[in-house]
Design a protein around this ligand. Structure first.
Ligand SMILES: [Zn+2]
Length: 290
């Protein structure tokens, strides 16, 4: 693990720790003697070192924010005694079935990593929100906003005073959108991100995986890449279906087209192209049957 961003005790700013799995970023917001942990992960060791960084100089972690319930994002929820755990209502109200699937996914990855964490429980959320929630950490206001699309329960965190937007699993790999739920809300979420960057002076995007995006122009370019991707994918799929391709054939062809369009071989990560094509296809067929 590496510290990508650190802030000295007493100052206001961000702490970003890169984990060893999936380019994962644990993100802290610190101000004065207080700290807030956003999606602390991944292994117990990494969470412990993240906590030590947040608590440097006697800072107290008063809040843990979980942006959504995917298992890489909820791992450190109970590692900060006394902190209030905050998440979208949909996260808190997941039913037994989805909870069991999330925990099983986590256990599988733990096994692969050689991590023993069998006592882990699904998060117990102290405070939930539907659309928006403002919370204060030290002298900083954090605006939590529900923005489903990546999953049905995803939210993002805007810190106006730091000109920072914590985008969870949006913008994790511009040009390869990680849509794990539905395409149309995913695109709507990206349009909302654009609005936040344009209207609220965001200068720094911190996704939950991979590189930080510095500067307004880079953030807008990344958002446009995501939106252009879906426009191209939808157009290709529609054309294929209109030509009489079977849905499955159209899906495969469209995924391949998206890979060629990118012009960079992403290896196994490109599986996400198929996933995205499947989701857009479901939407197109749904529209047809209306
Ligand atoms: Zn996710």
């Amino acid at each position: 693990m590496t510290l990508l961003v650190d802030t000295a005790p007493g100052a206001d700013g961000l702490v970003v720790q890169r984990c060893s799995l999936w380019g994962y970023n644990s993100i802290g917001v610190v101000s004065g003697g207080e700290a807030c942990a956003v999606d602390p992960g991944i292994t117990p060791d990494e969470v412990a070192s993240f906590r030590a960084t947040l608590e440097a100089g006697g800072r107290r972690v008063t809040r843990v924010i979980l942006t959504h319930s995917h298992h890489d994002h909820i791992r450190g929820w109970d590692a900060f005694p006394g902190a209030e755990v905050i998440a979208p209502r949909v996260v808190a109200e997941k039913e037994a079935g989805p909870r069991a699937r999330i925990l099983a996914g986590k256990a599988k990855v733990d096994e692969r990593l050689g991590v023993e964490d069998s006592a882990f429980r699904y998060p117990e959320v102290d405070r939930t929100f539907d659309e928006r929630l403002e919370v204060r950490v030290g002298a900083l206001d954090l605006a939590l906003e529900f923005l489903p699309g990546h999953s049905n329960c995803t939210s993002v965190v805007h810190v106006p005073a730091l000109r920072a937007l914590l985008t969870a699993d949006y913008l994790v790999s511009p040009g390869l959108p990680y849509c794990r739920w539905e395409a149309a809300p995913f695109e709507a979420a990206n349009r909302r991100l654009r609005e936040l960057v344009e209207a609220r002076g965001v200068e720094r995007v911190i996704p939950a995986h991979n590189d930080l995006i510095d500067g307004r122009d880079a953030a807008l370019a990344a958002i446009d890449e995501e939106l252009d991707y879906f426009t191209a994918l939808r157009a290709h799929l529609s054309a294929r279906l209109a030509d009489g391709d079977s849905p499955d054939r159209a899906m495969r062809a469209a995924a391949e087209f998206m890979g060629e369009r990118r012009g960079v071989d992403l290896g196994p990560r490109a599986r996400q192209d198929r996933d995205n094509a499947r989701r857009v296809l479901a939407e197109l067929r749904d529209d047809q049957s209306k």
